[in-house]
Ligand binder design. Structure first.
Ligand SMILES: *[C@@H]1O[C@H](CO)[C@@H](O)[C@H](O)[C@H]1NC(C)=O
Ligand SMILES: *[C@@H]1O[C@H](CO)[C@@H](O)[C@H](O)[C@H]1NC(C)=O
Ligand SMILES: *[C@@H]1O[C@H](CO)[C@@H](O)[C@H](O)[C@H]1NC(C)=O
Ligand SMILES: *[C@@H]1O[C@H](CO)[C@@H](O)[C@H](O)[C@H]1NC(C)=O
Ligand SMILES: *[C@@H]1O[C@H](CO)[C@@H](O)[C@H](O)[C@H]1NC(C)=O
Ligand SMILES: *[C@@H]1O[C@H](CO)[C@@H](O)[C@H](O)[C@H]1NC(C)=O
Ligand SMILES: *[C@@H]1O[C@H](CO)[C@@H](O)[C@H](O)[C@H]1NC(C)=O
Ligand SMILES: *[C@@H]1O[C@H](CO)[C@@H](O)[C@H](O)[C@H]1NC(C)=O
Length: 907
């Protein structure tokens, strides 16, 4: 070929290529248009003429789609047309609502390198065809509802670097064939039902950096050479059935940053080689069967932030080398066999927030140097053998919230600087040998809230009147001391007090007549020879056994009633709903034939919306099942798109017919009043329509659904896990809204507090819905069949069974259930709790099942950070107070708001 003809060839070739390109890019255009039409999801901005400019679409220079990043757009539908995108290397459809099986056609996408289908509703087994995706290096199928075994065919993807199958329902073992995945850097198999041993060949994967398999049922030992051939950075195997020892090899490379082996049956000791890992920040090996002592090399782990080894059989001393870990924030060695004393070197830990060594055999003095730990918030030395005095200066720690020194052999007096503990929430000094008087300065602990326990000591003298300043304190126990004198009237200032115990002292005079004292059982005052008055039947040391048994049997009766009527209420709700569904079906059938119903009256309260709302559209929307958004105890909600294009929610009240026809004018007046209620966490009606004998209420449509939907997405695994700060802010908003309702001009008791009635706006700001119900239906009037229903199953306060009245305290209970849902991600009623158990009982009974509060919390949130866990534990305490069986013991909603604000500011 001469020069000229070769140029010619080039021209021809490039023309041909251009034509091919053109054709391909046109077909990408068509493909993308079909894709857009098939994916329902209003949040995808795909409006531009040029598909390459659509949101999340990245084209190459030939205008072929190379990357699709369509995460978190609420998409559903059929994406099979994607297969025509020949240049696609990157496909991210995570955090959407796709469902059904993972399509096997993906196996034909030979150039795809990255596939992220995580956090959708995919179910069924993982198609083995995925193994044909030769170019894949990133595969994320986590947080779906996938079942069956992990297909061994995935091992054909030779270049796979990242494999995440977390949070599905997978079972079986790790396929033997996976030893061929030599490029694997990250293998995540956590939160599944996987079984069998962790295979030995895992330690032959030379690139492995991250391996997590927590919350499965793996048994056998951790592979002995794991970490020997690679730079292991994260190893998280908590909550399995692993046995054997912690292999030295995992520390060999010195690269380990996170080691979590909590809740297994591991034995042996923590290897000395842990000292090689200077970058190890998170070391959690609690709840195992570990023995031996903590190696002094722990001091070489200079990044150590979080050390948790509670509930093992670790012996030896609390090594002073911990003091070299200047970032140490949590040191928990509770429930072990430690001996010796607390080294005063620990006082040099500026960041230490929690020092928890309860349940050991530590002795000696509490080092004064601890007062130099300026960030300490929890000091738990309870249940040891400390035999010195309580040092002065501990209360110079500005953030100290918990001082738990009970069940030791502490002697001497309570230091008078105790009043400097301004942030203290709980002071436990019970069961020691403390002597002298209770210092009046104790009244300076202005935030003391949870408990003040001085019981079983040798304290004498009078109760200081300054105690009356502790107006937030809930529980006060000074029993079994030698305290004397009258119980001071100033204690009247303790307005939050619920639980008191003054028994077995030398008190005299009259039991104060104010509430917390009069509501207490006689046993709270027994054993004081010269103390008289109610609730003691007689003065002095009279046996109260008769009294107590009476209490017990009436409690049994109440329990029976509560259980029985819980079922009754559930049945009634079911009947109402069933009747309603039947009625609606008939209406639907009728609607198909009849002309549209005639509108009696209607109004729009918001001036600017008057033009935008069309009553007929609202009525029509409620006649179509497909518009239904949700259904609650008292109403069903439909979505309506007005001819103006604005979207509203229409609430159709159930079984309200007679109320409407008899009290129409009253109802309209109430609605108008409600429309004026102004609080950002309360949903107000924007208008109403009455047709025939049906009332419809109009609200703004809130696109983020309800709190129930957010917390418990249908389909098992959640599509979008709201993180803890968001959950806390939602709970706080709900509490503020409820407090507003309870304390507004004419207080409103809500009839149906449930997470399904908490709506979320675009910023996830919560709004309490169904407020109208409380005004429109008055159960005490007995006009409708709803009288017997006090809200949603699982949220009904126990006292409702015998009072049949919804009260503010009942609302607090229901709110407590919502808070528990937020903390545990569990439903208020689940079969898993066992017979007769609901969420509240399950949580309150945790300690009898030997479960710690940490085991109740949603581990996906509480293990994220120390700060989150701390806040969650504090919020759990609030939830427990709210769901107390006794209505009088529950805090007021305003108080709940304060407590949650403190949780929010703490940590
Ligand atoms: C959609 O994209 C267009 C242009 O690309 C832009 O003008 C418009 O604001 C976007 N809309 C939304 C809702 O993001
Ligand atoms: C998706 O669409 C393709 C072709 O358009 C069809 O073959 C396939 O069955 C559809 N998948 C589902 C789950 O509807
Ligand atoms: C996989 O998906 C989950 C859930 O969307 C996400 O948290 C994670 O960061 C993703 N990537 C990897 C490498 O696990
Ligand atoms: C790991 O690799 C070594 C050496 O390459 C080999 O001898 C051993 O059999 C491998 N172990 C497993 C379990 O595959
Ligand atoms: C710990 O550090 C000291 C020096 O700081 C060193 O002598 C010792 O070998 C280290 N121990 C380990 C296990 O790394
Ligand atoms: C302590 O933590 C800080 C902030 O995370 C970090 O910058 C620093 O390097 C850490 N110190 C050590 C000794 O690891
Ligand atoms: C205590 O904690 C705060 C924030 O949590 C941090 O800024 C501070 O450096 C820590 N140390 C001391 C000594 O206050
Ligand atoms: C405290 O206990 C230790 C160890 O049992 C003992 O040696 C010491 O004498 C005791 N101190 C006091 C003040 O009783």
């Amino acid at each position: 070929m001469d020069h000229r003809s070769s140029i010619c060839w080039c021209m021809v070739l490039s023309l041909v290529f251009a034509a091919v390109d053109n054709a391909v890019s046109q077909s990408d255009q068509r493909t993308m248009e079909i894709l857009r039409d098939q994916l329902q999801g209003s949040k995808w901005n795909a409006t531009d003429q040029d598909f390459c400019k659509w949101y999340g679409v990245y084209c190459n220079s030939n205008r072929m789609v190379e990357r699709l990043e369509l995460s978190h757009l609420g998409l559903t539908g059929n994406f099979s047309v994607l297969i025509a995108l020949k240049a696609l290397t990157w496909l991210d459809l995570s955090l959407n609502s796709f469902s059904g099986r993972i399509p096997s056609f993906l196996g034909q996408m030979q150039v795809l390198q990255c596939l992220d289908l995580s956090a959708n509703h995919f179910s069924g087994t993982i198609p083995s065809e995925i193994g044909n995706m030769r170019s894949l290096f990133y595969l994320n199928l986590s947080s779906n509802a996938l079942t069956g075994r992990i297909p061994p065919e995935l091992s054909s993807i030779k270049g796979l670097k990242i494999l995440n199958l977390n949070t599905n329902g997978l079972n079986g073992g790790i396929p033997e064939e996976f030893h061929r995945l030599e490029s694997l850097q990250e293998l995540q198999l956590s939160v599944n039902h996987l079984t069998g041993p962790i295979p030995q060949w895992i330690s032959n994967l030379t690139s492995l950096e991250i391996f997590t398999a927590y919350e499965n049922s793996f048994n056998g030992a951790i592979p002995q050479n794991l970490g020997l051939n690679s730079n292991l950075e994260v190893l998280n195997l908590h909550s399995n059935k692993l046995v054997g020892s912690i292999p030295e090899s995992i520390f060999a490379s010195g690269q380990l940053q996170v080691l979590i082996l909590t809740m297994n049956s591991l034995d042996g000791s923590l290897p000395r080689s842990v000292g090689k890992c200077r970058g190890l920040s998170n070391l959690r090996i609690g709840s195992n069967k570990l023995t031996g002592s903590i190696p002094p090399e722990i001091g070489n782990v200079s990044s150590l932030t979080y050390f948790e080894a509670n509930e093992n059989s670790i012996s030896g001393n609390l090594v002073p080398e911990f003091a070299h870990c200047s970032n140490l924030t949590l040191l928990s060695l509770a429930s072990n066999g430690l001996t010796g004393s607390i080294p005063s070197e620990l006082g040099s830990l500026p960041n230490l927030q929690e020092l928890i060594v309860s349940g050991n055999s530590l002795s000696g003095d509490i080092p004064k140097a601890l007062s130099k730990c300026k960030n300490l918030s929890k000091l738990d030395l309870s249940c040891n053998r400390f035999n010195g005095t309580i040092p002065e200066g501990l209360c110079n720690i500005p953030h100290l919230q918990y001082m738990l020194l009970n069940e030791n052999s502490l002697r001497g007096e309570i230091p008078s600087d105790i009043g400097n503990c301004k942030r203290l929430l709980e002071l436990q000094l019970g069961s020691n040998y403390l002597s002298g008087r209770i210092p009046g300065e104790i009244g300076g602990m202005s935030n003391l809230q949870i408990a003040l326990n001085l019981s079983f000591n040798h304290l004498e003298g009078p109760i200081p009147t300054a105690l009356g300043r502790l107006d937030k304190l809930v529980s006060l126990d000074v029993s079994d001391n030698k305290l004397s004198g009258a119980i001071p009237v100033n204690l009247k200032g303790m307005e939050s007090l619920i639980d008191v115990n003054f028994s077995n002292n030398l008190f005299s005079g009259i039991v104060p007549t104010f509430r917390p004292f009069q509501n207490s059982p006689g046993s709270s005052f027994k054993g004081n020879r010269d103390l008289c008055g109610e609730p003691l039947n007689t003065c002095g040391n009279i046996s109260l056994t008769g009294h107590q048994t009476r209490h017990k049997s009436s409690f049994g009766k109440v329990l029976g009633v509560v259980l029985g009527s819980g079922i009754l209420v559930f049945l009634m709700v079911t009947i109402v709903v069933v009747l309603y569904v039947i009625k609606e079906k008939q209406q639907l059938a009728a609607a198909a034939l009849d002309p549209p119903p005639t509108i009696v009256t209607g109004n729009v309260f918001v001036e600017s919306l008057k033009q935008a709302i069309n009553f007929e559209s609202a009525v029509e929307a409620t006649l179509k099942e497909s518009n239904k958004l949700s259904s609650g105890t008292f109403s069903t909600i439909y979505k309506v798109i007005m001819p103006s294009g604005l979207v509203f929610a229409v609430r159709k009240l159930k079984s309200i017919d007679r109320t409407v026809s008899l009290h129409q004018n009253k109802m309209i007046r109430e609605l108008e009043k409600l429309a004026k209620l102004s609080h950002e966490n309360v949903m107000r009606p924007v208008g109403f329509v009455i047709y025939d004998d049906v009332a419809l209420l109009l609200h703004y449509h809130l696109p983020n659904g309800t709190l129930a939907q957010l917390l418990h997405r249908e389909g098992g695994t959640s599509e979008f896990e709201p993180d803890w700060p968001r959950r806390l802010s939602i709970a706080l908003g709900v509490a503020e809204g409820l407090a507003f309702l309870h304390h507004c001009h004419t207080p409103i008791i809500h009839l149906d507090i449930a997470s399904a009635n908490i709506f979320l706006d675009a910023n996830f700001n919560p709004l309490i819905g169904e407020v109208e119900i409380s005004k429109l239906l008055d159960p005490s009037k007995g006009t409708t069949s709803i009288t017997a229903v006090a809200g949603s199953f699982g949220y009904i306060p126990p006292e409702y069974a015998y009072t049949m009245q919804v009260t503010a305290a009942g609302n607090v209970y229901s709110f407590g259930v919502i808070l528990l849902e937020t903390l545990t991600s569990r439903l208020p009623v689940e079969e898993a709790f066992g017979e007769g158990m609901d969420l509240v009982k399950w949580v309150h009974n945790a300690s009898s099942r030997k479960e710690t509060p940490e085991q109740i919390l949603d581990a996906k949130l509480s293990t994220v950070s120390f700060a989150w866990r701390q806040q969650m534990l504090a919020a759990l305490k609030v939830a427990l107070l709210c769901t107390d069986n006794t209505p009088a013991k529950r805090p007021k909603m305003k108080k709940v708001v304060e407590m949650l604000q403190e949780v929010n500011q703490g940590a």
